[in-house]
Ligand binder design. Structure first.
Ligand SMILES: N[C@@H](CCC(=O)N[C@@H](CS)C(=O)NCC(=O)O)C(=O)O
Length: 214
């Protein structure tokens, strides 16, 4: 199956999909979209034809159809390659995994996206220090909420194997460090992150292991 992934090494949303592809044993041909260079290649007309929302990731299927939104892409991968499951268990278990994933993908990430920080500065005159305070606030509160949603005593977020939730967690913790936000109170998440990063799929997906890393 020939898949193409539009990606950027530092994009946490693309990082989620890279992890899921690896866990599923699927390969995707990368197309690199530099989010900073040339004013942001994601804003180009050519890329907007693939994703009108001008964000990565986007996955193009063998048939040439683009899928956007990292969670939709991962659920597509789950359907075309059910093993190993990223949404295991019964309907309730799957709802809980999706809920944790969405704390990150729907509550934390959208207000921490680089274009949000840029807009706070350009439209409202906020300083870089203000933007950093903003980023830390939403990341830490969201991650504490994520942690509170987890069952006790599991190796990964939900059980003995990584799920959709872990595909979101590890990139979000990467973002936390990138913004130098404190990690105190997040020990459980750091232990889960260590368990994830010991797996080849997570290791291969890391920003520093991407060909476009700089
Ligand atoms: N909800 C989207 C978010 C995608 C997104 O915002 N990606 C970021 C990188 S992590 C991006 O492309 N940002 C471009 C910009 O801010 O201009 C998803 O899950 O795919």
């Amino acid at each position: 199956m020939a898949l193409t992934l539009y990606t950027y090494y530092r994009s946490s949303a693309a990082y989620r999909v890279r992890i899921a592809l690896g866990l599923k044993g699927l390969a995707a041909e990368p197309r690199f979209i530099h989010l900073v260079r040339n004013g942001g290649e994601q804003k180009s007309e050519a890329f907007r034809r693939i994703n009108p929302n001008a964000t990565v990731p986007a996955l193009v299927t063998e048939e040439g159809t683009a899928i956007v939104q990292s969670l939709a892409i991962i659920e597509y991968l789950e359907e075309i390659r059910p093993e190993p499951p990223l949404l295991p268990g019964n309907a309730l278990a799957r709802a809980q995994i999706r809920a944790a994933a969405q704390v990150i993908a729907c509550d934390i990430h959208p207000v921490n996206n680089s274009r949000v920080g840029a807009y706070l500065k350009s439209e409202f005159g906020h300083s870089q220090e203000d933007v950093i305070t903003w980023m830390h606030h939403w990341m830490r509160n969201g991650l504490l909420a994520y942690q509170a949603l987890l069952p006790e005593g599991t190796r990964f977020s939900f059980g003995d194997n990584p799920t959709l939730a872990d595909c979101c967690l590890v990139p979000q913790l990467y973002n936390l460090r990138r913004w130098n936000a404190p990690a105190d109170g997040l020990d459980r998440l750091l232990a889960i992150e260590a368990a994830c990063l010991a797996l080849p799929a997570f290791e291969a997906a890391r920003p520093e292991n991407q060909p476009d890393f700089e």
